[in-house]
Design a protein around this ligand. Structure first.
Ligand code: ASP
Length: 323
């Protein structure tokens, strides 16, 4: 990814990391027929999130329960250094979290720059369900979380702290794409009824300025869901995604008649055109329509996604836009 984790890896670490990647298959979205129910999510860690979301649906849970439960797996996993607990901090050493969720009828909730709370996605859900607002940020979001029963805890793991301290030695902000293949988790679900929901959660770019908020908690940028059409989510350099309001743009392209794959490609091309001098830029889009057809595009090679249907839970390589 254009991120964070990046500069930290030694060559040996990179080799080890790639040796440990689950096997992926070629992207088949262009020719895949629709299947419902369906869960789709970003990156390799999407597999575990999909499995949880699927299990919730199988037990008769709601779509919202499913998407929330799915991404909570990544939030709680200290090995995922781009989401929740274990996420790499900002340049001041503070872990700040962004998350949102949305249902196909237009309900949504979001938190940004939230500190000390293990499950920002669940706070986002409570923003949606218990307040007249769509988004709470920073100190206000924390106060709301604590008032609603969430516990305050330290999210900076010793590993993440050590990595940040190493980074401080040079303090160079020079992201590389797909460095570790696990970033924001964006997860979309289509029920057998064709109803949709989605969730998106991240610790954002490592070593960002304190207070920086990316695309992930911004409805329309990191996530957009509309039962009339479909849903989309994004990962990668948030600033570039915000500039094209990426997820909303993908859904609107589907509304105009494009397939999920064509819609992802169209918006990725638009985004690329607006960033002509950024050879390392990585952004990935996932989309589903209400019939359960899906699409997936990464600007560069290396963007993977996990797809769960009744046929199983499997990892795929998204089609890269660039050679
Ligand atoms: N989109 C996220 C952000 O900009 C980061 C990522 O997906 O890697 O905060």
């Amino acid at each position: 990814m254009t991120n964070r984790r990046t500069f930290l890896q030694t060559a040996a670490g990179a080799v080890l990391a790639s040796a440990c990647q689950p096997t992926t298959q070629r992207d088949q979205s262009a020719q895949a027929p629709g299947q419902v129910p369906l869960i789709i999510s970003t990156w390799n860690h999407g597999l575990a999130a999909n499995a949880e979301a699927w299990a919730v649906l199988q037990k008769g849970g709601s779509l919202l329960d499913a998407v929330e439960a799915g991404v909570r797996i990544s939030e709680a996993d200290p090995k995922v250094d781009s989401v929740g607990y274990g996420g790499l901090p900002d340049r001041d050493g503070r872990v700040t979290l962004d998350a949102c969720l949305m249902t196909g009828d237009g309900r949504c909730g979001s938190v940004a720059a939230l500190e000390h709370i293990l499950h920002p996605i669940s706070v986002a859900r409570q923003v949606m369900e218990k307040t007249p607002h769509a988004m709470l940020v920073g100190e206000g979001a924390l106060r709301f979380a604590l008032a609603n029963g969430f516990a305050k805890q330290n999210l900076l793991t010793p590993e993440a702290e050590a990595t940040w301290r190493e980074w401080l030695k040079t303090a160079q902000y020079a992201p590389r794409p797909n460095a570790e293949n696990h970033d924001t988790i964006g997860l979309l679900a289509v029920a057998a009824s064709g109803q949709l929901a989605g969730a998106c959660t991240t610790s954002g770019l490592a070593y960002k300025m304190h207070g920086r908020v990316g695309d992930s908690p911004i409805i329309g940028a990191g996530l957009y869901v509309d039962n009339e059409v479909g849903a989309a989510t994004a990962t990668g350099l948030g600033e570039a995604i915000i500039r094209v309001v990426g997820s909303h743009a993908v859904v609107e392209a589907m509304r105009a008649g494009h397939s999920p794959q064509a819609a992802c490609r169209l918006v990725a091309e638009r985004l690329l055109k607006k960033n002509p001098n950024s050879p390392n830029l990585q952004v990935g889009f996932l989309a589903v329509d209400k019939d359960g057809r899906h699409g997936a595009i990464g600007l560069q090679k290396g963007f993977t996604y996990a797809l769960h249907t009744s046929a199983g839970n499997q990892l795929f390589d998204a089609e890269p836009l660039l050679p």
